[in-house]
Design a protein around this ligand. Sequence first.
Ligand SMILES: [Zn+2]
Length: 276
Amino acid sequence: MPELPEVELVAASLQKLVSGRTISSAELRRERLAPDHAAESFRELLAGATIRVITRRGKHILFDLDNGRTLITHLRMSGRFMLLGPDREDPKYSHAVFYFGDESRLVFQDQRHFGFMRIVESPNLHDAKELKKLAPEPFGPEFTAAYLRRTLKSANRALKLVLLDQTKILGLGNIYASEAMFMAKANPKRRASSLTLKKIDALFETIRGVLAESIAHGSTLNVDPENIDGSYYGGGYESSWRVYDREGEPCIGCSARIKRVVQGGRSTYYCPVCQR
Ligand SMILES: [Zn+2]
């Protein structure tokens, strides 16, 4: 499952590759990808529209169109975009295809079938149910140390669970939550409301820090237009993880063994000595 920095990379790549292009036709091949639309209306809502800009809200990728509509997409487990020329065949699991006037096309391919698309009227975008409940963007003006203090001080669950709750804190998945807590020396099992203000302020810095570090890494990668997905972070980036996936290895701060616990069905990695 791509985390926020990977989705940021996909959105930025799409912006570079297909913004300004006009969708001459669109095909919804697997109706469950876009449960609110029949294939015919999917085509009608998109045909003739020019893609103005492609952005991200949480892990949703938003195609802002010049016909007053926005296409909301989510990659979920395995979705990817592929910009293909006329000489290339559609790959297996091509669930939606956007044709451009120059004979190229953007294919949404999804082996695991969890991807999602919906078209909304742009003025109502902020009311879309997928986006409405999301917490403020980690680099937006509403996400402040004061916001984080308020949010954690009023949360009675374990810190890790609150950090993963996208309606409270946006942008941390399982990897970056562990990394941010390690850098702030915050214990994942501690009740969120019991953190000191000093620790919360440290966490505010490390949440932005781990995300910024990872987004910066993504911006250095060359994305293959025929394979625009979130997997570019493999092949070496794991070696920069401080605690994630390092159970039993020595802590880089104190040499104690990194522990793994399961919280909310997912693994958390932490140093029991450094993180209090
Ligand atoms: Zn340690």
